[in-house]
Design a protein around this ligand. Structure first.
Ligand code: FES
Ligand code: FE2
Length: 418
């Protein structure tokens, strides 16, 4: 493995069923990813429910760029860059709040939450200066799908609709599990700082080969039957939606068992208020189907992971550092099930959670392994010869197959070569 500053030939590093370790550890590649992926494609930023009222704001990021997701004084959702146009100071240092203006801490220039410069401190000395062109930077394109807010720094390119493609079905599936058809993501985020390249997380979210081993201990102590989902005889699938979006489709197993809320380790009897609300919203037959299928397990490229009962957001910090933001899925107006969703989230991915700690250990070991020179190629061939197309034309395989990983790298190669 040699690391040079020459132009990088990505096609020499990414083959259909193997990738080179250099892709995870090279700082130059990370910089190119910021430009060609994070500053170009659609990136998930946050959810409209995080800014429910006029003048609410919350600080977020797109790749390595800090942004403000806010609902302005007129009620419009906006994505503004968190940088003062005077001398570049971080404009807003608070995590979230409610305000119609932002005043920079450095020299006190003040901006409206529509982004316009309203006034400067000690204005004498700025005789004749126009406020035009001195407003906050904006994310050029903003798109919202069922409350999920995405931004793109590219002025042109595929629409959000085109980018999401078939993966929209996963967001629909998730929202349909809410009696109101909407999420309410205000449980707060846990942040897990991980000393590993972001792509190890991207790949692992839909890696169905590892759960039986990495999570073997949690399956044992909680005496769940989750391990069967990832066993040889499972009917669960891996799916490549294209555009880097991938998933496990566990519905085959849930339909075989045919019990509402079994996917959640619960039952209709344990969640009567939720079941009633679902039946009222969708009618008994459709509600039953939704509650049997459950929520999806889908990784929307590059950073939104719908993990059945959690929403993960990946934030790349450096070539060897990533923050995983995670919050519990919460359904609008469904307090009974929401409580249990929060409890299960804490138990699995909280600070002392039993699931994410195991994965994170794997990410950091993977990253250390990427530095080892020999062998430099990593193998992604599992199930390559048994891939097939589903009824919608998407590639699927057995739940333990590396269909998602091959799909992710195919899309990555396309973006990095553009
Ligand atoms: S840097 Fe913001 S007012 Fe000077
Ligand atoms: Fe895992």
């Amino acid at each position: 493995m040699s690391i040079t500053t020459d132009e990088i030939d990505y096609s020499a590093l990414i083959q259909p069923a193997r990738v080179n370790s250099r892709l995870y550890i090279d700082k130059e590649i990370f910089q190119e990813e910021i430009e060609k992926i994070w500053n170009t494609t659609w990136v998930y930023v946050g959810h409209v429910s995080e800014v429910p009222n006029r003048n609410d704001y919350i600080t977020k990021s797109i790749g390595t760029t800090p942004v403000l997701l806010l609902r302005d004084r007129h009620g419009e959702i906006r994505l503004l860059l968190n940088k003062c146009p005077h001398r570049g100071n971080q404009l807003c240092a608070y995590k979230e709040g409610n305000r119609s203006t932002f005043t920079c801490p450095y020299h006190a220039w003040t901006f409206s939450n529509t982004g316009d410069l309203m006034g400067v401190a000690l204005p004498d000395g700025y005789e004749g200066m126009s406020k035009e062109g001195l407003g906050l930077g904006k994310v050029p394109r903003l798109g919202i799908y069922r409350g999920f807010v995405f931004g793109s720094f590219a002025e042109t390119g595929p629409s959000l609709d085109e980018h999401l493609g078939g993966a929209k079905a996963a967001i629909d599936q998730l929202c349909d599990n809410s009696p109101a058809g909407e999420l309410d993501l205000r449980a707060g985020y846990l942040k897990h700082r991980t000393k590993a390249n972001w792509k190890f997380m991207l790949e692992n979210e839909t890696d169905g080969y590892h759960p039986g081993f990495v999570h073997g201990s949690i399956f044992q102590v909680t005496s769940t039957r989750i391990a069967e989902l990832y066993s040889k005889d499972s009917s669960a699938l891996t799916r490549d939606y294209g555009n880097g979006h991938t998933e496990f489709d566990l519905r085959g197993e849930w339909r075989r068992i045919d019990k509402p809320l079994h996917w959640f380790g619960s039952s209709a009897e344990q969640q009567p208020a939720y079941v009633k609300a679902m039946e009222e919203a969708y009618g008994p037959e459709r509600a039953r189907k939704i509650m049997i299928d459950g929520t999806p397990h889908t990784m929307i490229f590059p950073n939104l992971f719908i993990a059945e009962i959690q929403i993960f957001v990946l934030q790349p910090v450096a070539v060897d550092e990533t923050i995983q933001h995670v919050t519990a899925v919460q359904f609008k107006d469904a307090p009974e099930i929401n409580r249990r969703l929060r409890q299960q989230t804490m138990g699995s991915v909280g600070p002392a959670g039993m699931l994410l700690a195991d994965d994170t250990e794997m990410y950091e070991r993977n990253h250390r392994g990427a530095w080892v020179r020999d062998p430099e190629w990593l193998v992604l061939s599992r199930g390559q010869l048994r891939e097939r197309k589903d009824e919608n034309g998407y590639t699927v395989g057995h739940v333990t197959d590396e269909v998602p990983q091959r799909g992710i790298w195919r899309h990555y190669l396309k973006l990095m070569q553009e």
